[in-house]
Design a binder for this molecule. Structure first.
Ligand code: GZL
Length: 333
């Protein structure tokens, strides 16, 4: 709505102007780097911690942060980036909620000579000059890791294995990448079949709603069209935890041998690790939300006119039922 859009720009400019009044000079007598950051929203515990990491690193690095929450709307991200350009920030960083639709606004940033850092999720563009760096996770590899766990777990097992997939936000590199890597790797064994796939948008309540709809339609049985689900592959812990909550409310167990339902999930928030330890989940693929310091390092270099690596994939692990689960350090979220 126009009025909402105007409100967003005004509120952002008010935030910026407040920041402007407080624009301190650093100890070295220089103006601090002014970073405009457009965040998707707060759709998951992962995202909330990702935002915390950005804010904490900006403070620790003496960077003045203009932080905008897009509330899950790409148009709000585009408005925020335009506001950063108007305000002439030194650097722009953003998490693209989806891969497409960024060329025009990034060209405006380029024409304003403001370098751009793409964070956490990737964009699709033919013009690689529109951004200076990508810092974040390799979602395709995360999907491959999930598939490799299943290929190993079911090696030598007869019959076929039916998979229910919970996708995240369609069109996002995080969800599309995981789905792509998962399918690529899993195709090595034709016994695996994805018989149902639905997007829960990375939201916990949507994961629970999808489970409720399936169970209601199948007399409390986890099956699709009369076919039993053997494996749940979910693009984030939030949806997984919501889905498992609904199963548990109807007395349906997962993870252990007797249940016959294997669960593989991505992120590695503490609650998912706890369920790995309790045997309700079989495999957790780590996705690192704590990229604040890497973003600030790049922002400082770009503001100083230095070059930075165009691609930085952060280190990520995999935790499975076969590991010494006590070795997993406490998670930060
Ligand atoms: C992944 C990130 C995803 C997480 C979700 O890089 O973009 O978004 O996996 C989050 O939990 O909502």
């Amino acid at each position: 709505m126009k009025s909402a859009g105007v409100l967003i720009v005004i509120s952002l400019l008010l935030t910026i102007s407040a920041g402007c009044k407080n624009k301190q000079v650093t100890q070295q007598g220089k103006n601090p780097v002014l970073l405009g950051f457009s965040q998707i929203g707060a759709e998951s515990a992962w995202r909330t911690y990702n935002s915390k990491s950005i804010r904490k690193a900006a403070e620790e690095n003496g960077i003045q942060l203009l932080f905008s929450n897009a509330e899950q709307k790409q148009e709000n991200q585009i408005k925020a980036i335009r506001s950063f350009i108007v305000y002439r920030v030194d650097v722009i960083a953003f998490v693209p909620i989806v891969q497409d639709g960024w060329d025009n606004v990034l060209r405006e940033a380029k024409n304003a000579h403001i370098p751009v850092i793409v964070c956490d999720r990737k964009i699709r563009t033919k013009d690689e000059s529109l951004y200076a760096a990508y810092i974040g996770t390799d979602s395709v590899e995360e999907g491959r890791k999930a598939a490799r766990f299943l290929l190993q777990k079911y090696e030598g097992a007869g019959g076929t294995h039916s998979i229910l997939e919970l996708r995240g936000t369609d069109g996002s590199s995080a969800s599309d990448g995981r789905a792509q890597g998962f399918r690529e790797e899993l195709s090595k064994n034709k016994a695996f079949r994805i018989i149902y796939s639905e997007s829960g948008n990375f939201i916990r309540s949507r994961g629970r709603e999808i489970a409720r709809n399936i169970l209601d339609a199948n007399n409390d049985a986890l099956q699709i069209g009369g076919e039993k689900i053997d494996i749940i592959f979910s693009a984030n812990d939030g949806m997984t935890l919501g889905f498992l909550e609904e199963l548990a409310s109807r007395g349906i167990a997962t993870g252990n041998q007797e249940s016959g339902i294997t669960v593989v999930t991505v992120d590695a928030q503490q609650e998912a690790i706890d369920k790995l330890r309790s045997g309700d989940i079989n495999c957790v693929i780590e996705c690192e939300p704590d990229i604040g310091q890497e973003v600030m390092d790049a922002a400082k270099k770009l503001a100083a006119g230095e070059r930075v690596p165009r691609l930085l994939h952060v280190e990520e692990e995999i935790f499975t039922e076969n590991d010494d689960l006590l070795r997993i350090a406490p998670r930060n979220y």
